[in-house]
Design a protein around this ligand. Structure first.
Ligand SMILES: O=C(O)CCC(=O)C(=O)O
Ligand SMILES: [Fe+2]
Length: 233
């Protein structure tokens, strides 16, 4: 059973008012961007930007992922056999290329790098997948004890496809009956929160199993508050 936070702490770590305001701010920024398309869904705020990562950067990131990946993990207390079978790596946040690529994502969304987690790389080989999950934190789980004070709720997700698997590997949103096919260089962005600033259960999604070839992505999660762990300025 997770520790119970005081009202004041809850207000700081997952304030619906601040999350809702952040949602409006990012939506406005993305809507104003000529290259960002809004994927119209009444249930989830979902956006794409084609050719966001250059071919050169896709190759560079794929090499980094190949050289540094470990089996992906899930939060303590939420592990389930076969649930997330990809390989992940936390790319080096001090690498100048990573800093540059990371910053372009933050700039596109109009969010400060300090309020985001370090980019994560992932590789899925044939049969590997990341089953249905939410990116936001479930505040009843044990991990919320340290994730709450360490940046607060995960608000927005930005994910880029670095290649195209020959078969399979789409990102599926079962509640929307919608899936996104990987396209090299494409950035997919969504708000994990509802317009009222509370977790949006309709953001349930999965990295479906790769059937042929491999799939490489980078994922970046934004937080309500400053993420205290990492950014070396
Ligand atoms: O692989 C995908 O398409 C989804 C990945 C994902 O959901 C995540 O990294 O949180
Ligand atoms: Fe996810």
């Amino acid at each position: 059973m997770a520790r119970v936070f005081s009202k004041k702490q809850i207000e700081r770590y997952a304030s619906p008012q601040r999350i809702a305001a952040l949602g409006r701010q990012v939506t406005e920024t993305l809507n104003a961007h000529p290259r960002v398309q809004w994927l119209e869904s009444p249930y989830v705020q979902l956006f794409v930007c084609q050719n966001f990562i250059s071919d050169e950067d896709c190759d560079l990131l794929i090499d980094m992922i190949d050289s540094d990946s470990q089996p992906s993990t899930l939060y303590e207390g939420t592990e389930r056999e076969g649930y997330r079978t990809s390989y992940s790596c936390n790319v080096d946040p001090n690498d100048p290329d990573i800093r540059r690529i990371d910053k372009t994502i933050c700039d596109l969304m109009g969010l400060p790098q300090s309020h985001s987690e370090v980019l994560q790389g992932q590789r899925y080989q044939v049969g590997q997948q990341f089953k249905d999950h939410h990116d936001y934190f479930h505040e009843t789980e044990k991990y919320w004890e340290y994730e709450g004070p360490n940046g607060g709720q995960r608000t927005w997700t930005a994910m880029a496809y670095l290649n195209e698997p020959e078969k399979g590997g789409a990102t599926a949103f079962p509640q929307l009956q919608y899936q996104v096919e990987p396209r090299r260089g494409m950035l997919l962005i969504w708000n994990n929160m509802s317009r009222d600033g509370k977790p949006n259960i309709d953001t349930l999604h999965a990295g479906t199993a790769v059937e042929q070839g491999a799939k490489y992505i980078i994922t970046k999660w934004f937080r309500l508050n400053e993420w205290q762990k990492a950014w070396v300025r």
